[in-house]
Write a protein that binds this ligand. Sequence first.
Ligand SMILES: *[C@@H]1O[C@H](CO)[C@@H](O)[C@H](O)[C@H]1NC(C)=O
Ligand SMILES: *[C@@H]1O[C@H](CO)[C@@H](O)[C@H](O)[C@H]1NC(C)=O
Length: 218
Amino acid sequence: MSSAYQPSYTTYQPQHQSRRRYYESRVKESLTSRFAKCLCSFFLTLLLIVGVIIFVLWLSLRPHRPHFHLSSFTAPGLVQSTGPVNSALSFNITDRNPNGKIGIYYDSIYASIFYSDKEMGSGPVLFPFYQPPKNTTVILGTLTATGPTTTDSAWDQFSADVAAGQVKLIIKLTSVIRFKVKLWDTHQHRMHVECDFTVGKDGNILSQYADERCTLYF
Ligand SMILES: *[C@@H]1O[C@H](CO)[C@@H](O)[C@H](O)[C@H]1NC(C)=O
Ligand SMILES: *[C@@H]1O[C@H](CO)[C@@H](O)[C@H](O)[C@H]1NC(C)=O
């Protein structure tokens, strides 16, 4: 207090009280804020631990997609000069479930074979089935080729490719799959598999394309 300042008793008292109240509230405030900080860091730690647990669970239970490999393909009728009409297109695709604990439910698998963007044949190749963990299922398909024929626009290129001994083909598989994790069934995924390969003059797959990994789209 400066000597120049002479507060009256009546004004000094409330001022003193209000200052005390002010310090008291400051202490209360710092106590509550310390408590809030404590609670906050407790919940943050809890959240972090729960997050790590969920992440580890997700890593160990996360379903991996099945792997498809084109093992063999043969189309003996491909060499005919009038086109592969009513020729059998046979293939062997292996379907591996790489998951150790997760099974896969498949709807029927439907296959189509394409030369360029011309569909040569299509049809169902497998009934609905359940694939256990770490299982390899062999998909054997035999479709009937209905083209390309001499009247198709793709014919000239097709017969030239046959003569050259390199015909690029594509097998597409479609299905709907569902993963079965021990604790719960996951939702459905529409599945598209594409195997691109080349066959030779004899209608058999060229050796460098055998056992190629097929592409999988969900
Ligand atoms: C299909 O290919 C797999 C893997 O190469 C083979 O083990 C299996 O015997 C083949 N099946 C047929 C019928 O060709
Ligand atoms: C894969 O599963 C199928 C169907 O359950 C079964 O028939 C086949 O023997 C299994 N293959 C292997 C290699 O375990």
